[in-house]
Write a protein that binds this ligand. Structure first.
Ligand SMILES: Nc1ncnc2c1ncn2[C@@H]1O[C@H](COP(=O)(O)OP(=O)(O)OP(=O)(O)O)[C@@H](O)[C@H]1O
Ligand SMILES: [Mg+2]
Length: 299
């Protein structure tokens, strides 16, 4: 990782006046007119949104705002009622999840989906791109896939080391703590060499002692050239690591912008941030000064 990466916040990501749906200079993901209803409830109703490439974007909003549903739609885990979207310039509306991940768009889940009765290492190997042994004909020719299997294992071990899970490689995923499972999911997502990594609440359930390393991992993804889109309720984390923030409420995008601007937006504070803003996490990434946000005046 380049030495100064942690201190570099990307700026100049948008084009023109900042407003919900504002165009980006170099978008990796562009979505239009995405709606998804459950019964009478419109969970997602996004007119237009662009996610900037090579940046870390936070998607925030109250419980039930539609963040996870929006993730599910964009990654092909759910189908919208209307809408089109493209990833890296290619239309991927309706493309199922296993294909979008091969194209370089991976995601992790709010509730982790590690396979409990497989080992940590086996979970990692499942994250690799199309494997030769999976094809019926090549499966019968072991010399074709053994070498690839070795390479995949080496890559998995390297990633496990990076996420400090290497000592757990032979343990069942079921034996990991909630936080370790989150790390395993992130590590597994990297097995397919993604260009866009989408993380749904990466900090939820993670032991505070792991917070700093998790922040560093996410900054590391950007340093390695990836784009990150993450959902998070922890405003300190959002403030420390994101280059851009998008606010969702009741299915819609209600605000977006650089983190400090969005968090000063009174509508956002009233709708969502409220008292979360009064203290700082104390985690220093070196990216921004650790300051205490001013208390809101009581009305
Ligand atoms: N499969 C489903 N069936 C019915 N309703 C659903 C389903 N999935 C989500 N919803 C509803 O859609 C709305 C948006 O939910 P979603 O999980 O996307 O919110 P969220 O922003 O991720 O919230 P949180 O911050 O709590 O994770 C909620 O009202 C939720 O109850
Ligand atoms: Mg959610």
């Amino acid at each position: 990782m380049p030495a100064d990466t942690n201190t570099t916040r990307s700026t100049g990501l948008h084009v023109g006046e900042i407003q919900p749906g504002v165009a980006k200079v170099d978008p990796i993901l562009v979505a239009d007119n995405i709606t998804r209803s459950f019964g009478g409830l419109k969970a997602v109703d996004v007119d237009h949104v662009e996610i900037p490439r090579h940046a870390i974007t936070a998607l925030i909003g109250p419980n039930g705002a539609g963040k996870t549903t929006f993730f599910n739609l964009l990654t092909g885990f759910d189908k919208p009622d209307t809408g089109t979207w493209s990833f890296d310039g290619k239309a991927i509306s309706g493309v199922p999840a296993f294909k979008t991940s091969r194209m370089g768009q991976v995601r992790t889940f709010q509730l982790t989906k590690a396979l409990a009765m497989l080992s940590v290492l086996e979970n990692m190997k499942l994250g690799a791109k199309a494997q030769k042994g999976e094809n019926f004909f090549t499966a019968m020719l072991p010399w074709l896939w053994r070498k690839q299997d070795d390479e995949i294992e080496q890559k998995a071990l390297k990633l496990l080391e990076r996420f400090k899970l290497d000592t757990k490689q032979d343990d069942f995923a079921a034996s990991l703590s909630g936080g370790q499972r989150k790390l395993l999911e992130m590590a597994r997502a990297l097995m397919s060499d993604p260009t866009l990594v989408m993380l749904d609440e990466p900090m939820a359930g993670v032991n505070p002692a792991l917070t700093q390393s998790l922040l560093d991992h996410i900054l590391g993804l950007k340093a390695d050239g990836m784009t990150v889109l993450f959902v998070e309720h922890d405003m300190h984390m959002v403030r420390h690591i994101s280059d851009w923030v998008i606010v969702m409420a009741e299915g819609r995008i209600v605000a977006e912008g650089p983190p400090d601007d969005v968090m000063k937006n009174s509508a956002v504070i009233d709708a969502y941030l409220g008292s979360h803003m009064d203290t700082d996490l104390g985690v220093v990434t070196g990216r921004i000064e650790t300051v205490t946000a001013p208390k809101r005046e009581k009305k």
